[in-house]
Every structure is written in structure tokens, then in C-alpha cells.
Ligand binder design. Sequence first.
Ligand code: ADP
Ligand code: MG
Length: 703
Amino acid sequence: MSEVFNVEEIFGQNLFTLDKMKERLPKNVYKEVVKVMDQGGELSMDAANVVAKAMKDWAVEHGATHFTHWFQPLTGITAEKHDSFVAHPDESGKMLTEFSGKELIKGEPDASSFPSGGLRATFEARGYTAWDITSPAFLKESACGTILCIPTAFCSYTGEALDKKTPLLRSMEALSQQALRIVRLFGNTEATKVVASVGPEQEYFLVDEKLFMKRTDLMFAGRTLFGAPAPKGQEMEDHYFGVIRERVGAFMKDLNEELWKLGVTAKTQHNEVAPAQHELAPIYETANIAVDHNQIVMETMKRVAVHHGMRCLLHEKPYAGVNGSGKHNNWSITTDNGVNLLDPGDTPNENVQFLLVLACIMKAVDTHADLLRQSASDVGNDHRLGANEAPPAIISIFLGEQLEDVVNQLIETGSATSVKEGGKLLTGVSTLPDFQKDATDRNRTSPFAFTGNKFEFRMVGSSDSIASPNTTLNAIVAEAFCEAADRLEKADNLEMAIHDLIKEYMTEHRRIIFNGNGYADEWVAEAEKRGLPNIKSMIEAASTITTDKAVKLFEKFGIFTKVELESREEIIYETYAKTINIEALTMIDMAGKQIIPAVVKYTKALADTVNSVKEAGADAVMQTELLKTVSEKLAEMQKALDKLKELEAQASKMDDVKAQAFFYKDSVKVAMGELRKPADELEMIVDKNIWPIPTYGELMFEI
Ligand code: ADP
Ligand code: MG
């Protein structure tokens, strides 16, 4: 049916891996690269020149014509500016391609149009990009040709982070340092660093391109702003894990191939709950690489979909009434000598270390639940978190029955001597069972679930970068580790001190544990009783990053300065206001130019029918009734449209960005809902042939 290809052969083909560097670089330069990768610091200019030449030669051999510093500005997507390898021809007219070490390690994009929340204005500096040597360069093949992409961090000249990568790298460093202090307490002298690993499960929708093109809302907003429910939705549960349709399968095949070439370990693919919804999960890897790869995954999905006459929708809620898309962020921490700190382990020593780590994570998540919730917010995710549909925006930890039982015993008696479900009971110390995923992971409603040897942060939105959630996770856990280590390193009796600390942290932060149904209304009430924050929207969560508590945390570990946090808060308001503004304008356009004119046409046809039926001497009660209903809803729609126009105009004139964002949320968005309602009702009664835009049924089932 198709050409045969060998996964092993193509995997990493477009990636400038360490292996390729080893082949192509002189030994001393290679050694320098490895050292900088492992221990940080900077490459010498001499070495950088050699690496640049080798990288360019490799890229050119593979057909590359340009290079780019690939970075992740605060727009949440990636940015690139291509420069060709073309250099001045020599006297004979021959051109030899060029790429210097300086070009490799540092770039200066004119980046004045990226969001900076006033940062660049304050410091009157331009942005620069710096190579993240730990994330390998790769070749991107597209209609543009082949481009050598160099993953970089993006900062202002005075060092403020203007991107999502820089803080992430800083947080990984902080976590590593503090986690090392913890493992040292348990006699681990071999580990030299601790790495955060991440495996993001990416959900997405596919839609036929011809239908997509007929929906300006999908084109401009990435989601439908109108649309009555289809006769069939997801109620039959026949899509989840169902047989993958041929067209979608062909897309997935190409997608996998593209990703494998780029060294992305695309592993699992399946149909998701909603019709036309799917998921792809890679194998987990070091956090910064996972973040880069997730960006590549999202970008590649969009590109490959186009090749198959489809569009990929990454929006968190493309369609009302069916499941939205999220991104489960699986996170764990492992030493470089192979110990996963979230693995309960087999020996009592490992068990105690695990319980200490768990206690620290409980403390971190409880103390900074607001920050964690914020880190998973984006405009689209507001339709999932805390909206009328589950899940709520309340952070809690799911441990599973067995582990919760252990925690309860520790709190109540100070020791866990028995473990549920027939775990081994040893005299003196009990040994924890392996909390296998199948024993723990039956609760899909928890936002932060322990799944055997990792935590799964399930709040993240499908279109969002996973940089912020992981930066936050790393930071808050680093802080808890630091506070624990400060105390334990000074202890006279370490064993007792560890014991007391576990008990204390678990007792104090027990309220964050919740094993029940996170989607039930009772949980919302219960969480309120427990004093857990329930922050309903992205913009209400924005100010959590500039509280004294947050500034103290992020400054302590050099992850963000106060100024950086303030700039980010401002960008959140800005992004929100701009997004809702686009949505409102799109609705105004669609309602005024497409839906209302179509309905007017329909009323004319109805009126003509009424007249001719009456003329023919019959009674036209039904037709008259229908005409009346349609006319009423039309009037309702026109009224709602006028109101939305007025509010949108008012909103766009506001200059306080925070007040503006809240006005968009509390007034404009509400008016959008009021316009949508009569339009969707009309869709249900108006002749299908007259309805001007593809319906939900077509969008979700015609693929
Ligand atoms: P699901 O949650 O859909 O049941 P899995 O739990 O098998 O699927 O895996 C989901 C993701 O978690 C994958 O990307 C996988 O690589 C990742 N993962 C598995 N183990 C770890 C770990 N120790 N740390 C981080 N991510 C992990
Ligand atoms: Mg999962």
C-alpha cells in the first residue's frame, strides 16, 4: 500500500545529535560541548566556530539553505527568522556558504513586536537569542525548503527573560540543586544533578479544510463561535479508542514520520472522546526538550493536516457541548544516576525518601495551588477550567487509596505499619508496595494525580506551551525541598528529623489531598470549606504571579525577577483582551454578514409561502407560526448584535489593560453568549439549504 520505511533508520535523521557531533567534531571540541551540556557555562568562541561549521556542513548536506534561531516568545508559540547561509562570492564569483560560531550561539532578532509587557521599553534594550545547547539543533522541512533550527532562549540585553524557555531552564537548575540536597541526606553521593522529565499527551481535533474555510470563526478564533449541537455528539462513546478513519490514519502516519525524523518519540495515538478528536503522546524526556518537542508536535500537526486537506484545531474548546482538548503534563524527577524520586522504591530507605519527597510536593502544591492553576491558564482553557463543564479550577492531589492510607497512618500514628491490599509488613519499618498505575489511576477527574512514579498535571490546555506549568512545578517543589533540606541538614538525629518533618508537612497540607470525584458539585463546596482556592478564569489568576509569596519564591531561585513577573501579568491581560476582541469582531461579522441575511431570506421565503398557501385557499397556520418564531428570534439576534457592537466599541477604547481585560470577560463575553443563543436556536429551525455556514454535524463527522 505504501513505501516501506524503517523507524530505526529515520529516527533522528533531521536532528544534529550528540552522536553526529561526536563523528564530526575534533575530540577536544566534542568534549567541551559535552561539558557545557552537563555542567552549564559557555562554549569558547573557538569551539563555537568549529561546532558551527560542522553543524552547517551537516545541514547543507541535508539540503538546508537557511538557519534560524528558534525561540519561544510570550505569544506561547515559536518564532523564527530565516537567514540563508549565502555569503559574499569571491573574485571568481564562487559562493561558499558561511555560518560562524557567533551566529550559532547568539542572535539579535529585531524583536520589538513581541509581547514584553513593557520590559524592553523600560530597559531600552533589544532582544537577543542564545543557543540552548542542551536541546539539539534540527532541520525543519516545509514549503520554505529545509531550515536549520537552533533552539534558543530569548532575553533582553539586560538579561530579563522575554520568553518561556529562559525561566524554565532556570527552574530546572533550581530544582536540580535543591533535590540534590535531599538525595544527599539519604546517602546518594553519586548523583551530580537531578532532572525533571516531562511527557505531554497532546489532544487535538481535525476538520476538513473546505468546511474550515467556510467558517471565519475557525479561521480567526480557532473555535466555533456559533453552532447548534449535532444530532449525534459523543454520547455513544463510540469514538474513544475507536478504529481510526483512513484519512485520519494517513495523517497520523505522515505526522509520526515527520516527528520521528525530528527525534520526537511519537509513541501513542488514538481517537479521543469527542468525534474528530485525537491524541498523540510522546515518550517522556528532559523538561526543556519536552517543551521544545511539544512545540514541534503542535506545529507539525498543523502543517501535516494541510497536506491532507484538513486543518488541525489545537484550541481547548473548538465546539460547545462536546469534550474540549487538554494536555496531560506527566512530570517526574530523576537523578542522573537513575533514581526517580517519585518512585516508592523497594527498600525502606527508598521508601522514606519517597515519603519525604511526597510530603514536600504536598506542601508545594498546597502552598502554591494558585500559581499552579495560573500556569495552566490560557484564553481557550477558560472554557474548560471552572466553566459550566468539568473540571473545576480547583487544585488538589490524587494519591489513590493505598497511598492515601499510608499518609493517613503517618499523620495519625506517626508511622505506617500496614499497607492496604496485602502489602508486605516488616517488623519495625514497613515497606511500601509499588503503587502501580493500575492501582492508583482510576480517577481521571483529578487535576494533579499520582500515577505510580510520576504526577500527571491534567489542567494544561491543548494549545498552550507546557513551559509555564513545568517552570511552576519545578519552582514550587524546589522551594519545598530547600526548606526541608535547610532543616534536615542541621538535624542531630536525621532519622527522627525526617520522620517529624514528613508528619508535620503531611498534617499541615492534608487538605490538598482529594481522592473523590473532582467533577462533582459537592467537591466545589468541600474545597471551599477546606480553604482551597477556586480561581475561575485566566485573568483572575493573573495576579497570583505578583503576590509577595510568588515574588519571594521566584526571586529566591532566580527564576523570575519582580519586574519580569509584573510584565508577564500585564501580557496576560493584553493577550486576553486581544483574543476576546478578535472573537467579538468575528461574531459581529458572521452575524451581520452571514447569519442575519440568510435568516432574512428565509423569512421572505416563508412569507411568500404563507401568502401563496392562503391564496390557494388553504389555511397556513403552521407556516405563519414558524414565520413568527423565526422573526422573533431574528429580532432578538439583531438586538444582541447591536449590544455586542456597542460593548466591543467601548472595550476597545479602554486604556487600562487590566480593567479592559475584565470588561471583556464580564461584559463583552457575556454579550457574545447572548448573540450566540438565538443564532443557534435559529440554526435548528431554518432550512438547512439556507444556513450559511457548515454545521457541527458536518464539521465533526465529515472527515
Ligand atoms: P495515560 O496517562 O494516557 O494512561 P501513560 O501514563 O502511559 O498514558 O503515559 C502518558 C505519558 O506519560 C507518556 O508521555 C509517557 O511517556 C509519560 N511518562 C511515563 N512515565 C513517566 C515518568 N516517569 N515521568 C514523566 N513522564 C512519564
Ligand atoms: Mg494521561
